[in-house]
Design a protein around this ligand. Structure first.
Ligand SMILES: Nc1nc2c(ncn2[C@@H]2O[C@H](COP(=O)(O)OP(=O)(O)OP(=O)(O)O)[C@@H](O)[C@H]2O)c(=O)[nH]1
Ligand SMILES: [Mg+2]
Length: 528
């Protein structure tokens, strides 16, 4: 058998592609032409594939994806605002009016929480009085009760050893028996409460206002809890401006305080809707009452005694009411950093960073909702992430999750960090850890809050900032190295002690983190 025939026998493709044995000349010419045309098409496809690959490589070289991860209230959105301040400060200017609504909401929520505590104290005091009349009960000390969560839930943590390696303490709420409210003080505080009702009544309309701009509003007990999605700041502003234009279009201004022919208050101060304008006026009118409540010695005592954890921003705004409760108020950068609104889902922001005379990197940041119910939305963003900043608020050693009042927040952070370190989709991501809210930690320790009461494994170490931060840093480090030992990926952990509301310090850290992440990225993309 000739070698050609053998080849045809053994190679089915050669047999298929071979010209017919008794092909005529015209058939041959046609076949060759068709083959040439087919090759041209095939070459074009190859060329397109090559071009696509090249473009993809170029795009991935010019794009760095960074995820901001961590539990709720860890500071992810605040860190994003710092990126915005650093790389796109003008964009924050456009959002200022929207942040004013959030500041108002934050203040009103704090007042409501304070008044809720007052109500509970009154009820407890009444029932204690009744009991005392019967049994002549004794008083008890103030300092050993655990805090009550800002959600007003009982705060009882799981005891014993947890999978994260820290041991958290178990607490039972104690009752206080010493009466705090005299009849005169009760009367005084009830009068204040009554005078504050109009301002309090703005909470739901304000929440609805934010909620109507493509964001979520969750009913939290009897109250609205606002959750925001990507772009809410500008959506809120655009809707407000449209309303304002349509108002002036029909020739009447619902908010015109000055009478005909004069500029309305919302025009002068940039209010874009009636709800914000009304709240601003109520805020100014109620300023002295809010201050009287917030600074009232009995209220101070009560908050301390009941260990009410107002959100970190609350005292910041309440301490500065003279500035904020004014018709001229426009939120400063610092106010925006402190304003608190929950993130829902994943929101993406892009910053273009010039890295050379001709070269720009598109830095894509993904800010996620950190509550347990939100965490499943993170996973689709893991696959092509270049880097992660994981935020762990180490000041939260004495706090429990809002979504699970038995889980200590530091414990939750450690568990979450464990799952991030071990996730195979993130195996080549550059890993940065922010041990955040060091300023709050400092204040708590200075107030005498003892770490070992909440983290029993802390033992007899000194209750000071350096040993406490060192202890938590070691725990997070151990989680990381344990993951690397199990499955070595050659990664490093870059850890920073941060307070992301501190602009100067945070921006310095962002710059050094950026250098490290971009260097890693350039090294990797050179290998593609
Ligand atoms: N004092 C202080 N406050 C902080 C710090 N970091 C964040 N905060 C405040 O903590 C609150 C919560 O911060 P966010 O950035 O909204 O938290 P988040 O991680 O985005 O929370 P979710 O969106 O619910 O996942 C805000 O009022 C911030 O101003 C910090 O380092 N120090
Ligand atoms: Mg957020």
């Amino acid at each position: 058998m000739p070698p050609f025939a053998r080849r045809l026998d053994s190679d089915p493709f050669a047999a298929l592609l071979a010209p017919p044995r008794n092909e005529s000349q015209p058939e041959r010419d046609l076949r060759i032409k068709l083959e040439k045309d087919a090759k041209k098409v095939s070459d074009k496809i190859d060329e397109q594939i090559r071009a696509d690959k090249e473009a993809m490589k170029k795009r991935s070289q010019n794009e760095v994806k960074l995820l901001l991860l961590g539990q709720s209230e860890s500071g992810k959105s605040t860190l994003l605002k710092q990126f915005q301040l650093l790389y796109s400060p003008k964009s924050l200017d456009l959002e200022r009016a929207s942040w004013r609504t959030v500041v108002y909401l934050n203040i009103i929520k704090s007042i409501r929480q304070i008044l809720d505590v007052l109500d509970r104290e009154r009820e407890d005091q009444e029932s204690r009085l009744k009991t005392a009349l019967r049994s002549n009960s004794a008083t008890s000390s103030d300092d050993d009760s655990p805090p009550i969560a800002s959600s007003s839930k009982a705060n009882i943590s799981a005891s014993g050893s947890s999978s994260s390696g820290v041991n958290t303490a178990s607490h039972q709420r104690r009752h206080h028996h010493r009466p705090l409210l005299s009849p005169a003080t009760t009367q005084e505080l009830l009068t204040l409460r009554m005078r504050l009702l109009p301002l309090l009544s703005m909470e739901d309309p304000l929440a609805d206002k934010l909620g109507s701009h493509g964001v979520g509003v969750k009913k939290d007990g009897s109250r609205h809890e606002v959750l925001v999605r990507r772009g809410w700041q500008l959506a809120s502003r655009a809707v407000g401006l449209r309303k304002k234009m349509s108002r002036s279009g029909v020739g009447k201004d619902a908010m015109n305080l000055e009478g005909n022919g004069k500029q309305s208050a919302d025009d002068r101060f940039g209010w874009e809707d009636q709800v914000s304008a009304s709240t601003a006026r109520l805020m100014e009118a109620s300023r002295q009452d809010v201050k009287a409540l917030w600074e009232h010695p009995t209220i101070r005592n009560l908050l301390k005694r009941r260990k009410l954890r107002l959100e970190d921003s609350s005292s910041f705004f309440l301490d500065d009411l003279d500035r904020i409760a004014s018709l001229q108020y426009v939120p400063s950068d610092n106010d925006i950093l402190r304003a608190r609104v929950r993130t829902m889902g994943v929101s993406e922001s892009v910053f273009d960073i010039q890295v050379g005379p001709m070269s720009v990197i598109h830095w894509r940041l993904f800010d996620v909702g950190g509550a347990r119910g939100q965490r499943q939305t993170w996973v689709p963003f893991f696959e092509d992430a270049n880097a992660i900043i994981f935020l762990a608020p180490i000041s939260a050693f004495d706090q429990y999750l809002e979504e699970d009042a038995r889980t200590n927040r530091v414990d939750d952070s450690l568990q979450l960090f464990t799952s991030i370190c071990a996730n195979p989709l993130l195996k080549s991501a550059h890993l940065v850890l922010f041990l955040n809210k060091v300023d709050v930690l400092q204040k708590k320790l200075a107030m005498g809050v003892k770490v070992r009461r909440y983290i029993t494994s802390y033992g007899d170490r000194p209750n000071a900032v350096a040993p406490v931060t060192q202890y938590f840093r070691a725990h997070f480090g151990r989680v990381f190295y344990r993951c690397e030992e199990k499955e070595p990926r050659g990664r490093q952990l870059y850890a920073h002690l941060t307070s992301v509301v501190d602009t100067l310090a945070t921006q310095t850290i962002i710059s050094s983190v950026r250098t490290a992440i971009f260097q890693d990225h350039l090294r990797e993309s050179a290998l593609i």
